[in-house]
Ligand binder design. Structure first.
Ligand code: GSH
Length: 220
């Protein structure tokens, strides 16, 4: 399989795809694209109708959207599948993907990261502290409450890292970039789960690259 991913890993959707490829042990080329940025490759403009990242080019087709890319990899039966063959387990994992892509990304990337990091470092404006406080004190704790009630084992579905963990793990990397941790005394299962997933050796290079990129913009 020849795979190119267009995007910037700081996007939780791009990271989700990179994490899935890492677990699958599939090589790919990352082609830097910033939404709305200048100098986007012509093939990105032509094949990403919404102008969003990620866009994948796999063999002879272009596939926009992280969920569609992951679904394609599953259906194309590429190595190391992430979704169970069992319909009920697969449905659970797909629900966690939806939860991560909508609720978690909107709170952790859209409220916390956008205000704490993007506003001052990239958009040269003051952070909206109310939005940061709401995310830290109410919205993120609600996510921890939900996951604490769901977690029955080391991973969300099945006994090894899979589709759900890649999707849920990606916004938690964003959370760590903001220096926010999960309090193990209040959410012991969730705190251990977050460390287990984000600490996978397969993700170390992706996370390190992001830290270096953020450091270059003055974010510690
Ligand atoms: N449903 C899409 C969402 C992708 C998305 O919203 N990406 C953001 C970056 S995190 C983007 O490209 N935003 C640019 C825009 O909305 O114009 C997916 O899962 O890939």
């Amino acid at each position: 399989m020849s795979i190119k991913i267009y995007g910037a890993s700081i996007s939780p959707y791009v990271r989700k795809v990179r994490m899935a490829l890492a677990v699958r042990e599939l090589d790919y080329e990352l082609i830097p694209v910033i939404p709305g940025g200048e100098d986007q490759p012509a093939e990105f403009k032509a094949n990403s109708p919404l102008g969003k990242i990620p866009l994948a080019h796999i063999d002879d087709i272009f596939i926009p959207d992280s969920s569609v890319i992951l679904a394609y990899l599953e259906r194309a039966r590429s190595q190391n599948p992430l979704l169970s063959e069992d319909a009920k387990l697969a449905a659970k994992a797909l629900w966690y993907e939806e939860y991560a892509d909508s609720q978690m990304v909107s709170v952790i990337a859209g409220h916390l990261f956008a205000e704490m990091i993007l506003a001052p470092a990239f958009f040269q404006r003051e952070s909206n502290q109310e939005e940061i406080d709401l995310a830290k004190n109410e919205e993120i704790p609600a996510i921890f409450d939900y996951l604490e009630s769901e977690l029955q084992a080391n991973f969300l579905v099945g006994d090894s890292i899979g589709h759900a963990d890649v999707c849920v793990g990606s916004p938690f990397v964003t959370m760590h970039h903001c220096g926010v941790q999960c309090d193990a005394s209040r959410w012991p299962k969730t705190a251990a789960y977050i460390e287990r997933v984000t600490g996978q050796a397969a993700f170390a290079k992706i996370i390190q690259e992001e830290k270096e990129m953020l450091a270059a913009f003055g974010v510690q």
